[in-house]
Design a protein around this ligand. Structure first.
Ligand code: SAM
Length: 274
């Protein structure tokens, strides 16, 4: 359990600041708690360090297994090919990369590895063990790195994916432009993230679940109530579907589009590097 601010102050905001003609969009809060950007990144890192051992079981409990269907749907849309260079960003314990590896090796055995990058070594270590257990040892490059400053050369990847990761990143526009930078021309980017339900009554019911059940289950199962309070708050604070489209377009992605999953509880956004 890590020492995190507990008091609810004000709802997190997106801050827009201009620097060198570029607009930087930063998430100003840790959930609803207002923090400096560096502090937010540190607090998010501590959340995932704390929950890493119970992360996968918590996903199943919280979503009643639905996250697995969303992830399958997401990877079907990506349709990864055996010869593509692929980066799964904020890859955590490996779910998306494992599904992509299985999908792309169905007909031809790939001779390259999928890169899994995450800021948190504790999550990557759980992922490495899971890869071993699944007989997928040696199929991935595991890289510790921040989405805002990716440790990869320009034009390196055909595909970049990020699932339930972007919400945790502090400087959203910085991360999006760095993703664009590491994509090859014509490369594709896919983002799976919690989003917003466009029907207010349903959103209210979902909020009751998020702010009631999630922190309770976090305490009982992962021993960390605050981490799952953060999860609920960070979902509400994250840009809605249309706002994320705008952020991606502003970062330079072409043909940006999205589709809702489970009436907007989650959404898949995608775009191309022109
Ligand atoms: N993609 C995995 C999945 O779908 O199960 C893990 C998602 S988990 C909710 C979010 C992940 O984002 C964590 O592993 C966390 O360490 C990582 N993360 C948070 N901030 C990050 C950053 N700035 N750069 C890279 N990874 C980050």
């Amino acid at each position: 359990m890590v020492n995190r601010p507990q008091k609810k102050t004000e709802k997190s905001k997106l801050n827009n600041a201009s620097e060198n003609g570029q607009t930087e969009t930063t998430q100003s809060g840790f959930g609803y708690q207002k923090t400096a950007p560096e502090m937010r990144t540190k607090l998010v890192r501590e959340v995932f360090e704390s929950v890493a051992p119970k992360y996968d079981v918590m996903n199943d409990v919280m979503s009643l297994g639905i996250h697995r269907l969303w992830k399958r749907d997401f990877v079907n849309g990506v349709a990864p090919k055996a010869d593509e260079a692929i980066l799964d960003l904020a890859g955590g314990t490996g779910d998306i990369a494992f599904l992509m590896q299985n999908a792309r090796s169905r007909f031809t055995e790939p001779d390259n590895k999928i890169t899994i990058c995450d800021i948190n070594p504790a999550m990557l270590n759980v992922g490495k063990q899971r890869a071993m257990d699944k007989g997928l040892h040696g199929k991935f490059d595991w890289v510790e790195g921040n989405a805002e400053e990716l440790p990869f050369d320009d034009n390196s990847f055909d595909v970049v994916t990020i699932a339930f990761g972007l919400r945790n990143v502090t400087r959203l526009s910085k991360a999006l432009s760095d993703i664009l930078r590491v994509l090859k021309p014509g490369g594709r980017f896919y983002c799976l993230e919690f989003s917003h339900i466009p029907v207010p009554l349903l959103q209210k019911a979902y909020d009751r679940y998020s702010f009631g059940f999630l922190p309770w289950a976090g305490e009982k199962i992962a021993g960390d109530r605050a981490a799952y309070q953060y999860l609920a708050e960070s979902i509400r604070a994250f840009p809605d579907q249309a706002a994320l489209v705008k952020l991606m377009q502003n970062a330079g992605f072409n043909a940006v589009a999205y589709r809702n999953l489970s009436i907007g509880i989650a959404a898949i956004h995608h775009g191309f590097k022109g």
